[in-house]
Design a protein around this ligand. Structure first.
Ligand SMILES: Nc1ncnc2c1ncn2[C@@H]1O[C@H](COP(=O)(O)OP(=O)(O)OP(=O)(O)O)[C@@H](O)[C@H]1O
Ligand SMILES: [Mg+2]
Length: 355
């Protein structure tokens, strides 16, 4: 397996005017952090094209539908115009009920401890609900709240045997939650303009991927999809060696102080940085403030590309004293690799693709 350091030109040094290279080990992660409209996505695009040139698999998770319009188009004003090829764009992906096979995915969707085991079991029984959101909802409504109904339920659904009735209040909460979330699922009977992906591993093995969430999916479902995809890819990481670029990373791997408390995507993101990185995955977290990321992620990051930060930001000292002149396109950034004691202030180059 190829395990060399990847060197990607990304701009020129403010001090020496020499080219500045991003030095990526075969695994790791980088935080691209700055206030808005500063050039985070531009630098991420430069890096994406550089990694692609080195034959690494690129997976982009974009919440705004921004990359689709730019990464595939060469920038004629650049010195070396380039674009990302062999790219499969998956727009507005959705999940089927039976895609969510484990308890944590249903906790993520707002079901509580008491009922979630049985709901997960039910989700796994495709022959009962056929991934039809209405059918699934009807079965949830049948949950027995009395002893008498319990035996009826157990006779009808021997595979979903319950030991005791479900409290009417719990049952009510389940049905309310289902009512609120059900329209976010892909419904085979009413596919509309959304996509269902049957095999994420195959997709990722075949081409670079742009998972374009387009803001149409709500935050909770964006997390459910991304968590699901990351989980699916784990067994093939070692072959895939993906570079995973996450726009608005705090939206999917957010600090629980500011976000819904449990996100399955966050759990998977943490697992990727802590456990799976050594299987050759490289993650890019793009966000506006260091603290917006889950601390388990921001704490392990040792490589950063920083732009303009607020005084409260824990990384503020690194960028202090650099004055951007946005109107003249002068946006100095700071490249830091704490493991290699690299700290370089540089002016990012014109990106090879549209931006
Ligand atoms: N290296 C660069 N070369 C040329 N223009 C740049 C460069 N970096 C930034 N810009 C200019 O700044 C704008 C904003 O850049 P970009 O979209 O990357 O910012 P961002 O930090 O990702 O913003 P947001 O917070 O909105 O996502 C670009 O559209 C471009 O006009
Ligand atoms: Mg951006």
């Amino acid at each position: 397996m190829r395990r060399k350091t990847i060197k990607i030109e990304m701009g020129s040094s403010l001090a020496t005017r020499e080219p500045v290279y991003f030095m990526a080990r075969y695994y790791g992660s980088v935080g691209i952090i700055s206030a808005q409209r500063y050039g985070k996505s531009v630098i991420a695009k430069i890096l994406a094209l550089g990694f692609n040139k080195q034959k690494r698999r690129i997976i982009i998770i974009d919440v705004r539908g921004e990359w689709r319009k730019s990464i595939t188009k060469r920038n004629q004003y650049s010195e070396y115009p380039e674009s990302l090829f062999n790219l499969k764009v998956i727009r507005k992906p959705r999940l089927r009920i039976s895609d969510l096979k484990i308890v944590e995915e249903w906790i993520h969707l707002g079901f509580s401890d008491k009922s979630v085991e049985i709901i997960t079991k039910l989700a796994n029984k495709v022959d009962l609900h056929e991934d039809d959101i209405e059918k699934f909802g009807e079965i949830l409504e049948e949950f027995p709240s009395t002893k008498e109904r319990l035996s009826g339920w157990n006779e009808k659904y021997p595979d979903l045997e319950l030991k005791s009735p479900i409290f009417p209040a719990t049952s009510q909460a389940i049905n309310n939650n289902w009512f609120n979330i059900k329209r976010n699922f892909y419904n085979p009977k009413n596919p509309q303009d959304t996509t269902w992906v049957s095999n994420w591993r195959k997709q990722a093995m075949n081409s670079n991927l742009l998972i374009d969430l387009e803001f149409t999916t709500n935050e909770v479902f964006a997390g459910a999809i991304v968590g699901h995809v990351l989980k699916e890819l784990v067994p093939i990481l070692i072959n895939l060696q993906p570079v995973i670029i996450v726009e608005e990373a705090d939206y999917l791997f957010g600090n629980p102080e500011y976000h819904v408390p449990y996100m399955y995507s966050t759990k998977m993101g943490i697992a990727y940085v802590l456990k799976y990185a050594k299987y050759s995955s490289f993650m890019m977290f793009i966000t506006q403030k260091t603290d917006l990321l889950h601390p388990a992620i921001s704490e392990v990051l040792s490589t950063f590309i920083l732009g303009r930060l607020s005084k409260q930001d824990p990384k503020y000292d690194e960028v202090r004293g650099t004055r951007p002149v946005l109107s003249k396109g002068y946006r100095p950034m700071c490249y830091i690799d704490e493991d290699d004691s690299i700290k370089i202030r540089f002016q990012p180059m014109m990106p090879p693709c549209m931006y």
